[in-house]
Design a binder for this molecule. Sequence first.
Ligand code: AMP
Ligand code: GLY
Length: 423
Amino acid sequence: MNVLIIGSGGREHAFAWKLAQSPKIGNLFVAPGNAGTASIATNLAVDMLDFQAVKKAVLQHQINLVLVGPEIPLVAGIHDYFLSDKELKHIAVIGPQQYAAQLEGSKEFAKEFMMRHQIPTAAYQSFTVEQLQEGFSFLETLSPPYVLKADGLAAGKGVVILEDLHDAKEELKSMLQDQKFGAASRKVVIEEFLAGIEMSSFVLTDGKNYVTLPNAKDYKRIGENDKGLNTGGMGAVSPVSFANDDFLLKVEERVIKRTINGLKQDNIPFVGFVFFGLINVDGNPMVIEYNVRMGDPETEVVIPRIKSDFLELLIAASEQKLDQVSIEIDNRAAATVMLVSGGYPESYQNGKEITGLEKVTNSIVFHAGTKNLDDKILTHGGRVLAITSYGADFNDALRTSYKNISKIDFEGMYYRTDIGFDL
Ligand code: AMP
Ligand code: GLY
């Protein structure tokens, strides 16, 4: 079976690493990929939003299954494009169609879905620019902190949490009136603040059945102790130590099953991953967000803990046969630490030579933002490398990752030394 992975980050390298181990794999391609995926698969210089170029590559390389990594092509309708094309419609696509992708692409859509299906989430209201005054009045009824969310995709930056009512009103105005986040903030969801520790659960679903993947916790802030700007993610651990059997049972009963049944009831087809961003409020899971894809860097700890043949799981999902497979999980913990370019998540420079990768032992190096130039590997992105290790627990895994990180270098390299600090 020939597989094309769409994307270029650490998530896609982790997918490629796992799929390359499948006895069922034929030729493996990644578009556009990075230096890491180039070492185990064939990179294709295709823009993931240029669906015609994707089609050409799929036909040329006789691809049987397309695994879509990031949300952007899903929200843009890549799966719908395949279904509406007579040369592509028989090809399996892992990743939901555009309508279902709104679970991630529109906070309001996700909120309405959760309300309809009694899935625990923060109370909310949504507002457009015409409703600015109502928005102000709603803020006045809440107690701080105030949580404002741009409705649409805003590259992880669309959520603003403020302590002060005046600041919250100003922010609402800037989102709605000045379109601070462009079209993404034409609507704004204001919601109740939830206090608790966060974690993420993941399932692979065919729209009727699902398999539960290992859970994980990521660390989004640039600075130690979760201080500073939001990033794509600076590290992750799996499993999450506070998520005991009792909590996970609640996640399954109240969140996962209600979501999958909700999709069925609403007649929303869904083949792909559901990423549940959860917060533990006094022992009860509440949904902060849905994503319709795997997380990054969560994938870099989730995938290494899956013992089963991942390609077999993807095929079963595409054939609506997930009830006929089971998933085997590695008992060991996994942890990953992201090495980033100096300056990230603000401006940074690309093209720095990475050295020391050949000295790494007992860790898996997943490339995030890298590229090959002659025989060198250069930085090519804010997040550069994810260093994943196994261990008896996440601390043990982290020790191995940090030991290996000391052997790796590039100019301006930065990483957090406190992944897992709050567990
Ligand atoms: P989101 O993009 O929806 O995942 O939100 C980004 C981050 O904002 C989350 O990871 C949480 O840390 C925080 N957040 C979002 N919604 C809430 C909420 N209702 N209460 C507290 N924190 C929140
Ligand atoms: N690490 C968070 C995300 O992938 O959205």
